[in-house]
Design a protein around this ligand. Structure first.
Ligand code: ZN
Length: 142
């Protein structure tokens, strides 16, 4: 199995069986965003306590890349501190810019091939855009 095939399998697995679906009760972040070029939609909820992402869930519909990216993003940031989450956002953006000199993103590396298809980059970044905007608009709650 080639690396491309492996990455394709990881994306399809997350698309078929997304992780962290649903809504966090009493969420500190609750935000919906769209990617109109593809029709992807996501609603992201986060439970944040003492500067740590205690729980994160999403609901949405869209293409396999947008939903797989959301599923992998929620796995990646759960249990992380807010600065760590911000660093992951930056790392993911660097990967989408095709940068070689960046940190290893683990399972998220499955989406690196998307960087070669500019029209699909917004699909992959939708969940991350929502996360970043949600964290920025938090009004200092803990
Ligand atoms: Zn899409």
């Amino acid at each position: 199995m080639s690396l491309d095939d492996l990455y394709r399998e990881v994306i399809l697995d997350h698309y078929r069986s997304p992780h962290n679906k649903g809504q966090v009760e009493g969420a500190q972040v609750d935000l919906e965003m769209l990617n109109p070029t593809c029709g992807d939609e996501i609603r992201l909820t986060l439970g944040i306590e003492e500067g740590v992402v205690r729980d994160v869930r999403f609901v949405g519909k869209g293409c396999s890349i947008s939903m797989a990216s959301a599923s992998m993003m929620t796995d990646a940031i759960k249990g992380r501190s807010l600065p760590e989450a911000e660093r992951l956002i930056e790392g993911f953006r660097a990967m989408m810019r095709g940068e070689e000199d960046r940190e290893d993103l683990g399972e998220l590396e499955a989406l690196q091939g998307v960087a070669k298809f500019p029209v699909r980059i917004k699909c992959a970044t939708l969940a991350w855009d929502t996360l970043q905007k949600g964290l920025a608009g938090r009004n200092g709650t803990h």
